[in-house]
Design a protein around this ligand. Structure first.
Ligand code: SF4
Length: 520
């Protein structure tokens, strides 16, 4: 179903189970059961602009609609972001799915698209026979060419395929070659670029910094607790592609199974190491933990006297936000309980999530974020800078503002890690430096993210602008990390490399083997 069809056709949905989120200031009766036709939107705009008593928030919404005609985005992105429309019904197989089912986490996990074969059939149903013309992809303008490109791309990819209904419903299938969400999650052979010669599978050397399997202890007072190696969706660019998800044709994973015995060993290490005050509960994705397992690990961490705070890392709010609103799923309730329990103990529990593009938001995301905010859960966001996804100033500004408006703190923007098989998504260091220069001052300082590089070799996160040297001919930048200690780390100079495609002549004249680690 195309965007024009969605804008004009009435859409089916069940009676909503949830109270409408009043901060959008739209009457549910006006919105329930149908997308707003463009003609009605035009009337609304006139009415709102001519009536000064209508709240500013509503005016913004109408302004957004007014911009639709000139916008490159399909109408439904704006509509589904602000209005309670059943945006998933634009997917053929979900045309009859109502709100009650879509908001059920059980339904979402049953309907996700996992593996090459299921993705193939999904794409076959959804794609138009012809793609819009684009000079960049002159060989993949038909559906069959696109399908072949994807199937061959999967064979080269380090990450397996898993996509959630929310993300599938947020991609513009009329233009999947350029869609910023499709680029993040669906590999294509035509965009594949050779790996950088300095790239390693575990580029951050997490395994080297693990005193117990699945527990990374790099910074003195902080550790990373890898509880599971599963996620509700797999990102092409995952830093932890050495361990996360199922094996692929190119990578056999060092799987970190969600096992009580392994968790006990990690918790024992934390309890016996008083210098650890801060724990990141991650994976994989903490969303893949059962609610009772989240409660058990969280309670144990809160009981350790020297653990002052922990964060629960999950992309779930971005890729499957309905779970937060599902009254039959306890994951969010357990997180809220842990957050409240932590406050009573004078400790702090937060959620760290991962949005990369404004199109990842819908009204479901907004209501889910509002539920967390209303219940006192601090939510911070860590974005990855990705070529063709969010590496332009308008998109990055839009993302930061969207996060801020949803009371999600824009915490980090990472330069893409040197990860196997995804060189097409990396940008040179100069891109993140330019973005920071342009964005700083455009929004309040406390809503301005830190633009960082997670240093290959295990130096941790450093501000991108803190580089010691940057040679644009070789793409090599260097950093120091004096607070990070450990084997071979004292006085070490850490290196980051721009992608080969961004170098003069694609880096052909650079002898990377001759560029060695330097100790200062
Ligand atoms: S959600 Fe996080 S851990 Fe999972 S694939 Fe994406 S980046 Fe990797």
């Amino acid at each position: 179903m195309g965007s024009a069809g969605l804008a004009q056709a009435p859409l089916r949905q069940d009676s909503p189970d949830f109270t409408y989120d009043s901060h959008n200031n739209i009457s549910p009766d006006d919105q329930r059961g149908s997308a707003v036709p463009v003609t009605k939107a035009t009337q609304d705009i006139k009415e709102v602009i001519s009536n000064p008593t209508i709240p500013r928030a509503a005016l913004n919404i109408q302004d957004e609609r007014q911009n639709l005609a000139a916008s490159v985005h399909p109408a439904y992105f704006r509509g589904s972001k602000f209005d309670r429309v059943p945006y998933w019904q634009r997917i053929h197989r979900w045309e009859d799915i109502g709100e009650r089912e879509f908001l059920s986490y059980r339904w979402n996990t049953a309907k996700d698209v996992q593996g090459k074969e299921k993705l193939y059939y999904f794409l076959k149903e959804e794609l138009p026979e012809k793609m819009p013309d684009t000079p960049e992809y002159e060989h993949t303008r038909t559906r069959d060419a696109f399908l072949e490109d994807v199937i061959r791309g999967i064979d080269l990819a380090p990450m397996s395929i898993r996509l959630t209904p929310h993300i599938l419903a947020s991609i513009n299938w009329n233009d999947p070659l350029n869609d910023p969400l499709s680029r993040q999650f669906i590999p294509k052979k035509s965009t594949f670029q050779p790996d950088h010669p300095k790239l390693e599978l575990d580029s951050l050397h997490e395994s080297d910094d693990s005193p117990v399997e699945g527990l990374v202890h790099r910074y003195t007072d902080k550790c990373l607790f890898l509880a599971s190696s599963h996620c509700p969706l797999y990102c092409r660019f995952c830093t932890r592609s050495y361990a996360v998800g199922a094996d692929t044709e190119t990578v056999t994973k060092a799987a970190l199974k969600p096992a009580r015995r392994r968790w006990e060993a990690m918790l024992d290490y934390i309890a016996a190491t008083p210098v650890i005050q801060d724990v990141v509960l991650s994976g994989g994705d903490s969303y893949s933990l059962m609610p009772q397992h989240l409660a058990i690990i969280g309670s144990r961490l809160l009981e350790i006297p020297h653990v002052r705070r922990f964060r629960v890392a999950t992309k779930g709010l971005c890729v499957s936000p309905s779970r937060t609103l599902d009254p039959n799923d306890d994951w969010t309730e357990e997180l809220i309980k842990l957050s409240k329990e932590a406050r009573l103990r004078g400790k702090h529990v937060a959620m760290h999530t991962h949005f990369n593009h404004p199109n990842e938001f819908s009204w479901v995301s907004r209501e889910a974020a509002q539920k967390l905010y209303a219940n006192g859960v601090t939510v911070r966001n860590q974005s990855v800078l990705l070529k063709g996804v969010n590496d332009d100033i308008d998109t990055m500004k839009g993302l930061i503002r969207e996060l801020a408006d949803n009371n999600i703190q824009p915490y980090y923007v990472y330069a893409g890690d040197l990860v196997k098989g995804v060189e097409d998504l990396r940008t040179p260091l100069s891109t993140i430096l330019d973005l920071e220069t342009q964005i700083r001052g455009s929004i309040a300082g406390f809503m301005t993210p830190q633009f960082v590089v997670d240093l290959p070799g295990g130096g941790g996160k450093r501000l991108a602008a803190s580089y010691k040297t940057y040679d644009r001919a070789t793409g090599r930048s260097t950093f120091v990390a004096p607070a990070v200690h450990g084997k071979n780390k004292e006085g070490r100079l850490y290196e980051y490399y721009d992608p080969l495609a961004s170098l003069p002549n694609g880096g052909e004249s650079v002898d990377f083997a001759a560029i060695e680690h330097i100790v200062i």
